[in-house]
Design a binder for this molecule. Structure first.
Ligand SMILES: C[S@@+](CC[C@H](N)C(=O)[O-])C[C@H]1O[C@@H](n2cnc3c(N)ncnc32)[C@H](O)[C@@H]1O
Ligand code: SF4
Length: 350
């Protein structure tokens, strides 16, 4: 056991802390395991092909079940909910769920991550339901590179239209998630920034991670944030900004000329497990305490068997109190472990 770990006794009524004294602050809910893209770093086509068995709709949590779990997690300390997937906008009537989640008094932030393909269609509806802000994934503005990174689906034009629709609908801030891979899209990063600088849209660069077991992760394709930041700084000087809150994943920077903010998510080169306060629920209701988890705890079975809110709360509290995960910090030693069957990202969400 890591010397920093300590089993914290379960104090009734008090939100749980894990063995590293981390609270549950964020809940990421995957509402859909399917996706309309096949980004090779997430859902490579050779695995997620036409006969791949995705969940049946009856296997996914319905909105009543998601809402119930969100309430129980709220009691366990969750303040922020992110809706993700797969592609969350493929889930029919998603705005209804957002509307219900905004009614939870303890939740002060609801966010959504989307690949943007369906955003032009849904932006107004999502805003009307109470969604305040949005994150759109966009790896490049170059059509050929985009096609390579989306597995041949969608297009830059549709995603930009989605971003524009989000802006018109009043979703703010709009953040862009950009996964950077060496030799794939790193040469297009400055063009992407040139496009969004000065518009209020915040681009966040994400180091290519070894999520799941099927994305053939190759550390040589990781561009460390520091290297990227130096290249950006040489073109437009940037300055660090304070983190918004403990456990925030992105390191924030601002253009020195006042053209706005950008961010770096460096899970590979600078693991941030120490402050990680994120819990995840997969589309079929498994509870994961780490993005790199090898197994989850089934919440759907007790939900469907009639468990009370108190029973669900005790289950969640027990799991969180025993949480020891710090995969990113231990990556090098764990990667060699042959029995590591990490869960796929489309299933639990990024
Ligand atoms: C799994 S996606 C789900 C939501 C939606 N489909 C989207 O792409 O925004 C959430 C985020 O995870 C990121 N992601 C997926 N695979 C990744 C990887 N191997 N390394 C780093 N980020 C990854 C995506 O770029 C996206 O921003
Ligand atoms: S990153 Fe998002 S858009 Fe790309 S395959 Fe994964 S879930 Fe789909």
């Amino acid at each position: 056991m890591d010397p920093r770990e300590k089993v914290i006794p379960l104090a009734p009524g008090r939100p749980p802390l894990d063995t590293l004294r981390r609270p549950i602050h964020d809940l990421r809910i995957s509402v859909m395991d399917r996706c309309n893209f096949r980004c090779p770093y997430c859902m490579p086509r050779e695995t997620f092909h036409e006969s791949y068995r995705f969940l049946k709709s009856s296997e996914r949590l319905d909105f009543t079940e998601i809402l119930r779990l969100a309430r129980v997690f709220e009691r366990a300390g969750v303040k922020k909910i992110r809706i993700t997937g797969g592609e969350p906008l493929l889930r029919p009537n998603l705005a209804d769920l957002i509307g219900d989640l905004t009614q939870l008094p303890g939740i002060d932030d609801i966010a959504l991550t989307t690949n943007g393909m369906l955003l032009a269609k849904y932006a107004t509806e999502l805003k009307a339901a109470g969604l305040a802000r949005i994150t759109v994934s966009l790896d490049t503005l170059d059509p050929a590179v985009f096609a390579r990174m989306s597995g041949g689906f969608g297009g830059v034009g549709e995603v930009l239209e989605g971003i524009e629709a989000a802006r018109r609908a009043g979703l703010a801030p709009i953040k862009i998630n950009t996964v950077v891979q060496r030799g794939v899209n790193d040469h297009t990063v400055l063009d992407l920034l040139a496009h969004f600088r000065g518009t209020g849209v915040i681009v966040r660069f994400i180091e290519y991670m070894d999520v799941g077991t099927r994305n053939h992760w190759n550390p040589a394709l990781v561009v460390p944030s520091r290297e990227l930041r130096e290249a950006i700084h040489a073109r437009w000087p940037v300055e660090p900004r304070d983190r918004d809150y403990r456990g925030e994943v992105a390191e924030r920077y601002a253009f020195a000329d006042g053209s706005g903010e950008l961010g770096f998510i460096s899970s590979v080169s600078q693991p941030f497990c120490g402050d990680c306060s994120r819990a995840r629920i997969s589309s079929d209701g498994s509870f994961y305490t780490c993005l790199f988890a090898t197994q989850g705890v089934d919440l759907r079975a007790p939900l469907r068997a009639g468990a009370s809110d108190d029973e669900l709360y005790e289950l969640i509290r027990g799991v969180w109190s025993g949480r020891r995960d710090r995969y990113s910090e231990l990556r090098a030693s764990l990667r060699d472990a042959s029995d590591l069957h990490k869960v796929e990202m489309n299933y639990i969400g990024g």
